[in-house]
Ligand binder design. Structure first.
Ligand code: SAH
Length: 423
């Protein structure tokens, strides 16, 4: 990187260590909940999924060849696998009554063997005149997860969960408060999309043109629901492969429309870059300096800001896909002008044109006293990055009214009660 590409010195507030020049600085701490700690008193990081009964094996957990094998094991000719896949990935149905091309006598048994029920809808909340729907799902073992479906002009995005709970323990995220329940299976990840596609086909997402929703479906996926996708690497990547596989083997989606967002698990970012599936990559940075990020993002104790940014840059080098940096703007915590300048200089020192920044005004979580930065502070943060040559756009947050926005997905005791009433 030529030195001339470095960010010009900040206009008024250079990076200073003294409190006053830095402006008010709130120390990160959990509010209204107790963060789980490890034996040494540091925030507990849970990478391994606690052992629980495995979700039933479903068609969407298997490769096309394995599906054929399994159908044969059930005593039917292999070509039935393709018919089942067509029902599931093209018609978004698991209901044997709709599968009239299958022999009536064996239909129920075949569907039960290949497509066991994976999740029950506990409840649905809508906002934005029906353009945003939050689904609460109960998995086979009672674990609760959520997905959020959003219609935007020209696209329909589904925010999916990859784990029940999350082990990354970020103090500003509601999901982090509950800890990790377990990894979700590939089919449980895919089923969220299939169920959303069914809801869309049934005309249940708002904003549709009259009688013109039959061809619509989810076009974009963001792994920004519950969980840390790269901590459930294999199942998430198998799910991505199914998303991009042509119908009827998979959902026939475009890899570019799939965003994998991570807290910064560096070895997994490197692995992702080598997959040859050009998904969009997003890094949840939230602070440009290790001093703050150590506290805001506990996994920073393993992989520092510099390492995470290097891995993000390598992702761009290997895939040619512009990387996205997520930055929740928290009042007096990480929203200082000098932090915008420091972020800009750390990004520019790794080259130009490889990254854009997506600040997200903090969404409130239960019991927290933290709030989003004030609008003029948000604007200044964005302006400084843009002035330094880094494309920066504030993210439009959806679903706040239904606790469906980034960082708000957590099963409440009320959800637990509603789910229990179902069984
Ligand atoms: N584990 C993944 C996905 C998490 S959710 C990750 O960390 O990237 C997606 C984004 O929402 C992340 O950038 C996360 O840091 C952010 N987020 C979490 N809590 C938030 C909150 N209260 N307000 C705004 N964004 C939040």
């Amino acid at each position: 990187m030529p030195a001339s590409d470095k960010t010009p010195p900040a206009r008024s507030t250079p990076v200073r260590k003294t409190g006053s020049a830095r402006g008010p600085q709130v120390r990160p701490a959990t509010e209204g909940w107790t963060q789980q700690k490890d034996a040494e008193g540091r925030p507990l990081l849970q990478f391994a999924s606690p052992k629980r009964g495995k979700p039933p094996v479903h068609l969407a957990d298997l490769t096309p060849a394995e599906r054929v094998e399994k159908v044969k094991e059930l005593g039917l000719p292999g070509f039935r696998a393709k018919q089942l896949s067509t029902h599931y990935f093209t018609h978004y149905t698991s209901d044997p009554a709709h599968m009239t091309d299958l022999p009536a006598a064996q239909r129920d048994e075949l569907v039960a063997g290949m497509m066991p029920p994976l999740m029950t809808e506990v409840k649905r909340l809508e906002t934005d005149k029906g353009d945003t729907i939050k689904f609460l799902w109960r998995l086979h073992d009672g674990a609760l997860v959520e997905s959020v479906l959003m219609r935007y002009p020209g696209r329909i995005t589904l925010c999916v969960s990859s784990q029940a709970g999350c082990g990354m323990n970020c103090p500003f995220c509601a999901t982090g408060q509950a800890g990790l329940t377990r990894n979700m299976s590939t089919a449980e990840i895919i089923e969220q999309i299939v169920r959303a596609n069914r809801a869309i086909a049934d005309g249940e997402l708002g904003g549709k043109k009259a009688n013109d929703h039959s061809m619509e479906r989810v076009s974009n996926i963001v792994f920004m629901g519950m969980g840390e996708p790269l901590a459930n690497y294999k199942r998430v990547m198998d799910a991505v492969r199914i998303m991009v596989a042509p119908q009827p083997d998979g959902l026939g989606m475009s890899a570019r429309g799939i965003t994998v967002s991570t807290v910064g698990l560096v070895p997994a970012i490197r692995k992702l870059a080598d997959e040859d599936i050009p998904v969009t990559f997003a890094l949840s940075l939230h602070a440009p300096d290790d001093e703050l990020r150590d506290e805001l993002i506990p996994v920073n104790s393993r992989w520092k800001v510099g390492e995470a940014l290097d891995a993000a840059r390598e992702y761009f080098d290997k895939t040619g896909r512009r990387v996205s940096i997520e930055y929740a703007l928290i009042k007096d915590m990480n929203d200082h002008p000098w932090r915008a300048d420091l972020l800009a200089s750390k990004l520019n020192s790794r080259g130009r044109g490889w990254v854009h920044v997506n600040p997200i005004p903090l969404n409130p979580t239960p019991g927290s006293i933290w709030t989003a930065s004030e609008v003029h502070v948000q604007n200044e943060f964005v302006r400084r990055l843009n002035d330094a040559g880094i494309p920066t756009t504030l993210r439009d947050t959806r679903g706040k009214e239904i606790d469906g926005a980034c960082g708000q997905l957590v099963a409440t005791s009320e959800d637990e009660a509603e789910a229990a009433a179902l069984v």
